[in-house]
Ligand binder design. Structure first.
Ligand code: ATP
Length: 183
């Protein structure tokens, strides 16, 4: 079983990468969904401040790898040859996945500067999206506190997402195929 995870700053292109993966016929587990499930479970609105609050609360109460640990049974349940995880946020999560899956685990970092990401967020209009670049900076800082920078440094491959969506999609597909040994 191969486990491939994506790590990247908010709005760097992880969901777009996941769409490519789904189109390749592979299963994707979204780590943000674990948080959104908990927000729903606590009967809160799915806003940026609530998702952030729950993400912090889970990490405070259950440890920095809380979300990763909640994903492990979901990954095993799939029982597929390849499972992709969207949304690693910190180094503790990487360590937990490596401990669980060893060399079968690969990490792909998606890199995109804040100006590109903000422009894309403004067009995306998701319920937890922000309207000011300062809000995105705040969200970046929140995620950096979880060890996002360190996690990105440990990645096996980095994909740059500064050009067109078409190029990015192709790059994601090529990278995943290479990891799966199809190329
Ligand atoms: N290369 C690109 N060119 C144009 N738009 C892009 C590109 N990459 C991503 N986008 C768009 O930018 C927005 C943010 O990307 P996406 O939702 O994939 O980010 P994400 O990393 O999943 O974000 P989050 O961490 O907030 O969940 C989306 O609307 C997406 O379609």
């Amino acid at each position: 079983m191969k486990i491939i995870a994506f790590v990247g700053m908010p709005a760097s292109g992880k969901s777009e990468a996941s769409k490519v993966i789904r189109n390749m016929g592979l299963n994707v587990i979204n780590m943000g969904d674990v948080i959104r499930e908990e927000v729903k479970h606590r009967q809160l609105e799915p806003t940026d401040s609530n998702t952030g609050m729950i993400a912090n609360d889970l990490r405070d109460k259950e440890g920095m790898d809380a979300v990763a640990r909640r994903c492990i049974p979901k990954i095993k349940q799939k029982g597929d040859d390849v499972v992709v995880i969207d949304g690693v946020r910190g180094i503790a999560e990487v360590e937990t996945f490596k401990k669980e899956f060893g060399n079968e685990f690969s990490l792909i970092a998606i890199s995109s500067p804040i100006e590109n990401r903000f422009e894309r967020v403004r067009k995306r209009c998701r319920s937890d999206d922000m309207q000011k670049i300062e809000d995105l900076k705040r969200r970046d800082e929140r995620e950096m506190k979880w060890g996002m920078g360190q996690a990105m440094e440990t990645a096996d491959v980095t994909i740059d997402n500064t050009a067109s969506l078409k190029e990015f999609r192709q790059h994601v597909k090529d990278t995943v195929e290479r990891i799966n040994g199809q190329r």
